[in-house]
Ligand binder design. Structure first.
Ligand code: ADP
Ligand code: GLC
Length: 511
C-alpha cells in the first residue's frame, strides 16, 4: 500500500517592510527602487505586505492621494519620553500594497532625507530610532500581526534588536521574525553611547558582540547580531563583506552570522525601465530596432546635453551619486586621459561638492566632448541609458547596482569594475566567440578604467559585429523581480521557522 501525500498550500505571509526610502515617494538611490518594487511582487504572490517610511517634507500628499488616518501613534523614545506622530496611508502605485508614511514635523519636515548641503542631519540617530520604533508601534494601530519584519540598512537596522528585547512580549510583533537586508555596509549608524538610553533596551546589550564598537553604539551591528536572517543584494557582496576590504569594520560581525547570510540580486522594474515603452526617450525601440532607435536617442541626448550631434563618435554615459563608492575619484583622475581619445562623455549626478566643481570645470575645458548635469533628474537618467553607446560604473564597491541592469536592457553595454553585483550581473565581452554583454576591469585604478574605456571605444570603431552582439546579448538578459521575490519568500519562511519553531510546524501541518 502506498501512502498518499497531500501537501497543504503554504499560508500567505504577513510582511512589514520598514525602510527610509520607497520609490516614488522618497528616493535617493537604489534602496528606494527596491522598497518601491519588491513588495508589489510579493503581494502578487498572495502575501499581505505593508510598507512604512517617513513622510518627508518632499512627499506630496495630494499627488499620491494620501489619507491621514485617525488617531496618533505613541512612540516610546526612552530618556526623551514619549513622542507622537500622525500616519498617512496610501498605496504603492500600480498595486494594492498599503504604504504608511509617518508624519513628524520635527524629525521629517525638512528639505533632505538624510542631509542638507552635504552635511548629515545632527539628529539622524533619533530620527531613525524613531522610525524603527514607530514602525513596530504602527502594527498595534493597524491591528497587524506580521510574520516577518523586513528591515533595510542601518536606518531600520535596529528593529531586529528591538524585537528581541523590548518588543519580545509585544502582542502584535513579539513573535515576528526579522530579515535585515544589507544594501550598503558603508553607512552603519554609529553614535555616542548615550543613544542606548533612547533605545531603552538595557545597557547589557552594549557589548562587543551586539551594539558596541569602538565605544560607540552601532545600529547596523545590533541588527546583524539580532536579525533572524540576513541578506545582501548580490551573492558577490555577501562574500565580500566577510572580508576587511568590504566589511567596513563589521566583517567579524558578519562572519559570525555567515551561516544565516545569503545574497539575492535585485530585480529590475521593467514597467519603468523598458526602451520599448519609455516615456522619457526620443524614440522607443526593441531588440529588433535597437540600431535605429538608439541612434535617435543618442542625437537627442547630445542635443539636451549641448554636445555636437556626432554619430561617428562613441558616447559614454554615467548616472550616479557622485561619491567615492561609485569610483568618481578614479574617474576624476582618468578623465583628461580619457578625453584625449576620440569620444564624448556625459555625466548626470550629484553628491560630494568637490565633484560638482571638478566636473563642471572639465565641461568648460572640453565643451565638444564632455557635458555634465549636476542634480537629480529622472528623465535625463532614462535618456542616458538609451542614448549612450556605453554606460560606465567604476565602483569601488557595489552591493548590487541597478544602472548596469538598466543599461543591459537598453542595449547599452556597461563598463564595470568587477565587484559585488556588477560582477554578478555583467558578463565580460569575448571577441573570439562574440559572447558577453559588457566590459569588465578588476583593479580599482584610473589606468584600468582608461584601458577599458579604450577597449570599448576600439570596439565601437573597429568591431561593428561585436557591437551588435553586445547589444543583443544584453537585451536578452532578464533580472525579474518575480525571481528575486520567490527567493525572498523562501527566506521569510525559513526565518519564521527559526523564530517560531515547533509552533509553526503545528499550525502548518495541523499536528
Ligand atoms: P545606489 O543606490 O548606490 O545609488 P543603484 O545603482 O542601486 O545605486 O541605484 C541608483 C538609482 O538612483 C538608479 O535608479 C539611478 O537611476 C538613480 N539615480 C542616481 N543618481 C541619479 C540622478 N542624478 N538622477 C536621476 N537618477 C539617479
Ligand atoms: C545600495 C547599493 C546599491 C544597491 C542598492 C539597492 O544603495 O549601493 O549597489 O543596488 O542599495 O539594493
Amino acid at each position: 500500500m502506498t501512502a498518499s501525500h497531500t501537501t497543504k498550500p503554504l499560508k500567505p505571509l504577513s510582511i512589514l517592510f520598514a525602510a527610509s526610502e520607497a520609490s516614488p515617494f522618497a528616493k535617493e538611490g537604489g534602496l528606494g527602487d527596491v522598497v518601491g518594487a519588491l513588495p508589489k511582487y510579493l503581494s502578487r504572490m498572495g502575501h499581505d505586505v505593508r510598507v512604512v517610511i517617513p513622510r518627508y517634507h518632499s512627499v506630496d500628499c495630494r499627488k499620491y492621494a494620501l489619507r491621514l488616518l485617525p488617531g496618533t501613534l505613541v512612540v516610546p523614545m526612552g530618556i526623551i519620553g514619549y513622542m507622537y506622530c500622525g500616519v498617512y496611508e496610501g498605496r504603492l502605485p500600480g498595486s494594492d500594497v498599503p504604504i504608511y508614511l509617518l508624519e513628524h514635523e520635527q524629525f521629517f519636515g525638512r528639505p533632505g532625507l538624510y542631509q542638507q548641503d552635504g552635511q548629515g542631519y545632527m539628529d539622524n540617530d533619533n530620527r531613525f530610532v524613531f522610525l524603527s520604533k514607530a514602525a513596530l508601534e504602527l502594527c498595534k494601530m493597524l491591528d497587524f500581526h506580521p510574520d516577518v519584519v523586513h528591515a533595510h540598512d542601518w536606518h531600520t537596522g535596529i528593529i531586529p534588536a528591538l524585537l528581541n528585547t523590548s518588543y519580545l512580549h509585544d502582542r502584535f510583533v513579539g513573535d515576528a521574525a526579522s530579515l535585515l537586508t544589507l544594501h550598503n555596509m558603508q553607512h552603519q549608524g554609529n553614535y555616542y553611547p548615550g543613544l542606548m538610553e533612547v533605545l531603552d533596551i538595557g545597557w547589557k546589550h552594549f557589548n562587543y558582540l551586539e551594539l558596541e564598537i569602538d565605544d560607540q553604539v552601532n545600529l547596523l551591528k545590533g541588527g546583524i547580531y539580532h536579525a533572524t536572517l540576513l541578506n545582501t543584494v548580490s551573492e558577490g557582496y555577501a562574500r565580500e563583506i566577510q572580508t576587511a576590504a568590504f566589511g567596513c569594520g563589521l566583517e567579524g560581525a558578519v562572519r559570525d552570522r555567515s551561516a544565516d547570510l545569503s545574497g539575492i540580486l535585485n530585480g529590475v522594474d521593467y514597467d519603468e525601465w523598458d526602451p520599448a515603452a519609455d516615456r522619457f526617450i526620443a524614440a522607443k525601440y526593441s531588440a529588433k530596432t535597437v540600431k535605429k532607435g538608439k541612434a535617435a536617442c543618442k542625437r537627442d541626448l547630445q542635443g539636451v546635453m549641448g554636445l555636437p550631434q556626432r554619430d561617428d563618435l562613441p558616447l559614454f554615459g554615467i548616472v550616479s551619486r557622485m561619491v567615492k563608492q561609485k569610483g568618481i575619484d578614479v574617474l576624476a583622475e582618468a578623465i583628461h586621459r580619457i578625453l584625449e581619445m576620440d569620444l564624448q562623455f556625459v555625466i548626470v549626478g550629484n553628491g560630494e561638492p568637490w565633484a560638482h566643481f571638478y566636473f563642471g570645470d572639465i565641461a568648460a575645458m572640453y565643451p565638444e566632448k564632455f557635458a555634465c548635469f549636476i542634480g537629480y533628474n529622472e528623465s535625463l537618467a532614462h535618456k542616458v541609458e538609451a542614448g549612450a553607446d556605453f554606460f560606465v560604473m567604476p565602483s569601488a564597491f557595489e552591493p548590487c547596482g541597478l544602472n548596469q541592469m538598466y543599461s543591459l536592457a537598453y542595449g547599452t553595454p556597461p563598463i564595470v569594475r568587477a565587484t559585488g553585483g556588477l560582477d554578478d550581473s555583467v558578463e565580460n565581452f569575448n571577441e573570439a566567440v562574440m559572447s558577453g554583454d559588457g566590459f569588465k576591469f578588476w583593479k580599482h585604478s584610473a589606468t584600468a578604467l582608461f584601458d577599458t574605456i579604450g577597449w570599448a571605444a576600439w570596439t565601437f570603431f573597429n568591431n561593428p559585429k561585436g557591437m551588435v552582439a553586445l547589444r543583443k546579448n544584453g537585451m536578452k538578459k532578464r533580472f525579474t523581480w518575480e525571481v528575486a521575490a520567490a527567493k525572498y519568500e523562501e527566506l521569510y519562511r525559513l526565518a519564521v521557522l527559526r523564530r517560531r519553531g515547533g509552533e509553526y510546524y503545528r499550525n502548518r501541518f495541523g499536528g
